[in-house]
Design a protein around this ligand. Sequence first.
Ligand code: 4GX
Length: 262
Amino acid sequence: MKFVALTIFPELLQAFWDNGIMRRATADGIISPEAVNIRDFAEGRHKVTDDRPYGGGCGMVMKPEPLAAAMKVAKASAPEAPTILLSPQGERFSQTAAEKLAGHKELILICGRYEGIDERFTERFVDLEISVGDFVLTGGELPAMVVMDAVTRLLPGALGNEDSAGQDSFENHRLDCGHYTRPPVYEGEAVPEVLLTGHHEAIARWRRTDALMRTLVRRPDLLRQKPLDKEDTALLKEWRREIERLLRSQPDGGPGPSSGGG
Ligand code: 4GX
């Protein structure tokens, strides 16, 4: 996967590419990242990339010409790439979006600064507008890193362990289960016993249950996106039986089915 990022702060992206999984994926030839410095294409002695907005108001707008010249270089380097603008006006980024992007062999990421970029550049050169969330950042570099990070870990070989990407949160519309390592007792809190047994089937069952419970409590919206499979349905019915048993065992017999107040 070739990543070409248009930015006025190439050092920010370089620091990201020079460390951890990104560095290893680059060394292994799984990704090939490059930055195009928009300022290199700005005119005049001061290399100005921004200007005041027509119509007035505060803040600055990125000029179209340096961006267009930088884009020409990016397209020469990644001719088949979709061009992606990171902005709060974009479509919300997700695991599904990351999976789609991972199917391309090249991506061009445009990192804006200030109030934004001239709309005529966007209309002419942007294929896809992506937002990483409903908050306002100072630039598109961090969102571009978010996208590249999520895409890279999906590429075969990037995580070393071939199937570790598939087991994580969201790939199955579930949150991840809890994880534990040594020591077996930390500050008086023990690791769930089943994880120490070496009983792989029981461990898999515990993890699945824990993931489902955490999802139900923290993100019930995820469970509504996809029909429950047989195993999860059976687990939830088992809990329902246990909850009902507990309620019936209360001193007053618990609230009846229609007197619970909703
Ligand atoms: N998810 N920002 C981009 C400048 C800008 C504005 C409009 C192009 C068009 C953000 C986000 C985000 C702040 C990055 C404004 N560039 N990007 N920047 N949230 O907040 O993606």
